[in-house]
Write a protein that binds this ligand. Sequence first.
Ligand code: ADP
Length: 565
Amino acid sequence: MKSKNRKFWSGSSRFRLILTLELVVMLPAAALIYVNFRHVKSIKRDKVLEATIHRDFQQMLAISEKKINQKAYMMTEEVRDLFPSPDTDTEWEKSKKLDLILSKRPWLAHVFLFDREKGLLFHSRPQQLSDRYFREEHERLAEMFGGWFGMQAKVMVDGMHKKNRPITWYGDRVKRAGGYAYMTNAFFTLPWISKDRVVLGGLSVDPNYLKQTFFPEMLEDLIARKFSEEGGNRLAMMVYPADHEGGYGDELLAASAGWKEGKPEVSRNLDDVFPRLALGVKFQGTSVDALGQRWVEQSFLMLGVLSVLLVGGLVLTYRSVSKEVALARLKSDFVSNVSHELRTPLSLIRLYAETLELGRIKTQEKKEEYYRIIRKESERLTALINNILDFSRIEAERKEYDFRETDIAELVRNTLDTYRYQIEQQGFTFDQSIDSSIPAVRVDREAIARSLVNLVNNALKYSAGERFLGVKLYRANGVLKLEVVDRGIGISRSEQSKIFEKFYRAGDPLVHNTRGSGLGLSLVRHIAHAHGGEVEVESTPGKGSKFTLSLPLAATNQQPTNDAA
Ligand code: ADP
């Protein structure tokens, strides 16, 4: 499964590249552009939104004022209908009726009746008259209204008759035990008496009632009504003195439960029933500004994340591209190397076989030399094909090892024996040191022999000046070591780790003039790992190399690890 995938990927690296580019670069980039675009668009929309919210708030306040006024008018009209008649009632009856009104309507502070012919009757809530401030207020208002109505009542009555609902309002600051408070007073005509009579009724709404009952109830009701009609963010409302010099103790006169603190988003002066007061509205727990701010923060966060993705994508793409390019180069080198490697021994074998077939070779010695060449070249061919087969099995993750109890000293000796002649033929000094006392170990014989052949072949191939080959088998700290030493061209430090990668061949010119596939060492490493061991190199350029295959003496029976790929 994995190997199929790998083949698929490496077989279509262009496709993979395009896909990678599209997924990790183009997509975030496109998203970034899209988000930016939306960003700009919604900034505009945000302004529109803000204006819409404000307009909506204004409308709500207008409706709210109307509702508040309506309630106040209604309450006042109800009281007015209970008022004594200036013409039919006796003075005693008038006073009695005014007191009755006060006792039935606890929200009233004062009620009064002015008749130009008979003067002013001014009644205050009797229970409160023991309070110094209230008594002073009673006296002040009685005097003030008495004088005022004496001069203005005719004008006021005429003016009121022109109105739909003949009531006018007067908002006032009054002093109470707890400080200043807001009080509103209503003046009205009595509809059932002749319009020529100059008669005025009036009442004063108790400041405590306004602050603690009337406004809070109204505000909650207005908010609940708005929410049930339209839903959305819950609102908060408040009533506060419009002119701050008013100073009614604190900034707020009354507020809905959700107000907490802050300034109203939109406000409106309550001019009619509650002069000098204003009504304010905002969102509960947030503001239009905060909504905007949060939105901006979210956008920046998103932009940040997208930018990181974009940069990450670019880095990934770069790495993937350079890896693909390097692998592609290695592969093309491999193909040309292998075809060359296959062709050369084959043509030699053919050439010598044909020559022999023609029977032109007379001397026995010459014939034997030709046979030897044919054998040597076919051995080389076998070794190469074995390497390629092993490699493809490893790549396909189908490589299996056959672990058996083995006398490793004998295995090494036998393998070297088949090469001894060739080694000495090529003018190599061969130094062999094998510790025969090593106990039997469980290894795959063919694999170990192939590793040794690969290492020995490399030593032979990459020796230019001094021709020396040393093979040593010994034990050290419970580890079995197989060393292959040469005094050849050596390997630079930077290339020492790379030579174990598949297809890799060093940059040295001698290497490029020597046949090879770049597979040998990667196989050796795979075999070492499969046995639970390791292969290492020590090398100095120009001086030679030492490859050491280490295998654990105990428990060498390992599962294949497939990591040569
Ligand atoms: P190749 O078929 O090219 O020999 P290998 O995997 O066996 O492939 O070796 C990889 C590379 O390691 C070689 O191309 C060579 O550059 C370097 N190398 C291996 N063995 C030696 C050695 N004994 N001395 C110098 N270089 C070596």
